[in-house]
Design a protein around this ligand. Structure first.
Ligand SMILES: [Zn+2]
Length: 286
């Protein structure tokens, strides 16, 4: 039983707040057995919507169909973790799928909100770095052509990706998910039109440096995210993380900035809206 009743008891005081998880993998099979009941639970605790990123071409059809008639925005992209599963032709399929989804967009759903998640992960094997960088560059170019923001996965490569954004002339902004860089690296990305996704990493007892960076970064630059089912916060009783942990992450950000919880949630929602405008359909109905 991945989500015990105990892990939700502490949330009673949060009921009624409207919040968005700007990055979770609610389409992953971890949620298959209880997705509907868990979504009901999230709504009971004020969840207004989710952003669910794409990771590989084979996953996109399930992702798109799950998001139909739900306040869940999706992104399409080729994640560096799945490099060995990406195939010749996936980039063309990505572009074609974006054109198709944008033409279908209705006013009652968020639909396609971004390209992603993709990026550069220098913690992965060195032999993959060149291919990762090329895939990242190509997806930035597609997003620019489609006028879509991006969701970036970056580890140990903030300066490299910022340079790539400048070189490609990418100007649509987006979210740098799971941000763990320095204040200077964060502000350089903010200057390039990005918001910084903050989540479970800041909850760990030894993450003092990250917490002090997040405390210095302006609230107008931060978006809350869980990355569920991954990135279990330190206080979370796993095995799987849930978008529900966003409320506790919001509490951490609020206390780092000495602001009320509502302010942290409201600013995060507004920041998500400013970089992924298609989310407006779900915010207004939430
Ligand atoms: Zn992710």
């Amino acid at each position: 039983m991945p989500f015990s009743a105990d892990s939700t008891n502490t949330f009673e005081s949060y009921q009624g707040r409207h919040w968005i998880d700007s990055h979770c993998h609610f389409d992953f099979e971890n949620f298959d057995a209880h997705r509907e009941s868990h979504w009901q639970l999230l709504q009971n605790f004020g969840c207004a919507g989710l952003v669910i990123p794409g990771v590989k071409a084979k996953q996109w059809p399930k992702l798109i169909s799950l998001c139909r008639d739900k306040p869940w925005g999706f992104a399409l992209g080729l994640h560096p973790y799945f490099l060995d599963q990406h195939q010749e032709g996936d980039l063309q399929q990505l572009e074609d799928s974006c054109v198709e989804q944008l033409s279908k967009q209705t006013f009652s759903e968020a639909g396609l909100v971004a390209l992603g998640e993709f990026g550069l992960d220098l913690m992965l094997e060195q032999s993959t770095h060149n291919l990762q960088a090329e895939l990242c560059r190509q997806q930035l170019l597609i997003a620019e052509k489609m006028n879509l923001p991006v969701i970036l996965h970056i580890r140990k490569a903030y300066d490299e990706v910022a340079a790539m954004v400048r070189r490609t002339g990418f100007s649509q902004g987006g979210v740098v998910h799971g941000f763990s860089g320095s204040y200077q690296q964060g502000m350089a990305l903010v200057d390039l039109g990005f918001k910084l996704g903050v989540g479970g990493a800041m909850s760990h007892p030894r993450a003092n440096k990250l917490r002090s960076t997040i405390a210095r970064l302006p609230l107008s630059s931060l978006v809350l995210e869980t990355d569920a089912p991954d990135m279990c916060p330190a206080f979370w009783q796993g095995p799987d993380n849930s978008p529900l942990s966003l409320l506790l992450l919001a509490q951490i950000v609020a206390s780092l900035h000495d602001q009320p919880l509502d302010e942290a949630i409201l600013l995060s929602n507004n920041n998500v809206l400013s970089v992924m405008p298609n989310i407006k359909n779900i915010i207004s109905s939430g």
